[in-house]
Design a protein around this ligand. Sequence first.
Ligand code: MN
Length: 730
Amino acid sequence: MVDNGIPNETERADQAFRQLMDDYLASSHGKKVEIITKAYHFALNAHRGIRRLSGEPYIMHPLAVAQIVCKDIGLGSSSICAALLHDVVEDTDYTIEDIQGLFGDKIAQLVDGLTKISGGVFGEHASEQAENFRKFIITMSEDVRVALIKMADRLHNMRTLSAQPKNKQYKIAGETEYIYAPLAHRLGLSAIKTELENLCFKYNHPQEYQEIESRLEAERDERMRLYGRFAQPIRAMLDQQGYTYTMKERIKSVYSIWMKMQNKHVTYNEVYDILGARIVFEPKSPAEEKLDCWQIYNLITQIYRPHPERTRDWISTPKANGYEALHVTVMGPEGKWIEVQIRSRRMDDVAEKGLAAHWLYKKDYDSSESKIDEWLGTVKELLKNPDSDAMQFLDDFKLTLFDSEIFVFTPAGDMKTIPSGSTALDFAFVIHSKLGMHCIGAKVNNQLRELSYVLESGDQVEILTAQHAHPEKEWLDYVTTPKAKERIKAYLNQSVGHYRQEGDKLLRAELEKLGIHVKQNYSSDVEQSLLSHYHVRDLDNLLIQIGEGHIKPTSDELSGFLKIKNKVLSVRYWLPSFLQSSKDQGKGLVAEDHILADCCKPIPGDDIIGFIDEVGQIVIHKRDCREAARIKAEQGLRIVDADWTYTSDHHFNATLEVRGIDRPRMLLDIVSAVSDRKGADIKTLTIDTHDGIFQAKIVLYVRHTDDLKAVRKEIADIPDVKHITRINEA
Ligand code: MN
């Protein structure tokens, strides 16, 4: 196809290519000009005559991607070639074998990896999306450069997103926000991450973006004037000390400003750190770079007063993505806080280019590359798990991209980096899965804490274990790290079958004693009675709980409710009935006209007694009620014997008093202990705490003492609950 614009377009492409070569030759990589030139000409020919939606010749896209790969990420010739060739196999008639023949195995493998994932992470269906993504991660874990080149590809697609139709814009911005930006962060590509987030925000919230951008623009001159005043004395000091450095202003991105407004619930005017500064210096020698950081810190804080709580030392303990720098926030001119980031040239390269910079500097410095290797190890471990389906994998992988991390110490003083939000249980699994599997709690800074305790940076943690302790389902609520989650799930899956079988055996044996022979399945009558008696939602659950020993059915107990249940199948609830004399035994009359005594608040199941009051109404007391004893002594003739009879739905009040050691989540644990039961509901709950002790009063709606008993047991089982009693009061 002949295109009138071709000479002109080839010229533009050649110009972009010359720029690429200039940047490549200026980098510290080898000078493999020939193969890069060959890749360029091959791609130019392959894509000839094709245009992107923007109307640009297609070759401008691979050129731009190669430019990002070279300049922004700092990769070498193989990656640059792969970037130039990345869409050739996907979009033209050339095959991977062609690439292999012309450019060799290494480049062909990279192109192949990129072709495999060219469809994007997100397919039409959820499962397909996740499967594509898994493929992407497998490819990445084999060669991280595939992920880095993919980042460059995605960045250029985001930069040119306006040419796409609206629905595609949302899709592409959506997956960029969900997975590519966090991944860029994890790979240490901070500049790319910031730009991706900012572009996503622009397409997802065009109006908000516009508003913030125009305010930033309006304040530009004023801000630069302030920066000039701020920087001048620092520069003078650095010059005087003979530093080779660059110092530049940093303006918070539109997206970061918006995030801060959302997270901190502040207005634009209240975002105090829009203006910052960064100093990048050449250390006198690699050994002195940390010392230089602190010396520069010293110079700055001689001029401006530092904020006591906003110094961030990422030098002594780099972030998990390898980030190193010293941050200090000082009180600048005009009463404005200004953050200064202090970095050596190497630290800056690591911060901006991430992974690739680690490789470059590996020989000169003891770099923290191992942390990224560690992360890749975690990812590979996730991939190995045959149980996790694709959707689960996507979620678990997201967890490994955690945003921030904390430092926690072992009793021996070893420091461990873990995601912020990790609990004591997570930490146990970080140290060793054996510790995790038998964990019962932890001593955090010498204080006893439960498994779900959320750790903070600087905590020293000793894990307490017991041989008999094993993972329980609730543990899944306490762990945030994927590794711990996987282990617990694997254990539960394997043990559940075992417990169900045990429970089944036990229950059959007890029923047998009552003459109830269960052949293959439990009859639906028996099953229904069991479920409603034990307040369990299904038979499997019941059998597991019996197998685990949480429920211990005895033939006595079973006979009690199975027999009653057989007689009165359709009515479940209770009302008092009265026996005027012993002759009436067995013919209880349900009394509609009665009241329950305020003094003792009897509920079905309590032993009760009735009194006929002055107006002929029957008042029901508990037999052991002191008020009842008084009435009995004084007015024996008015007594009626009473018992409970099934009837339709009725609720009764009962009050429990609970005392114990106060801790976070106690209230939540109590509430969930009650709300998990079927026959009870909370009417009111009050809680008082002082000196680490809490006292709660819970007024419950219940239907029967069985329900109350079950609730009491649940609450009594909550860790740190020391005392529980039923009280008779309004
Ligand atoms: Mn592409």
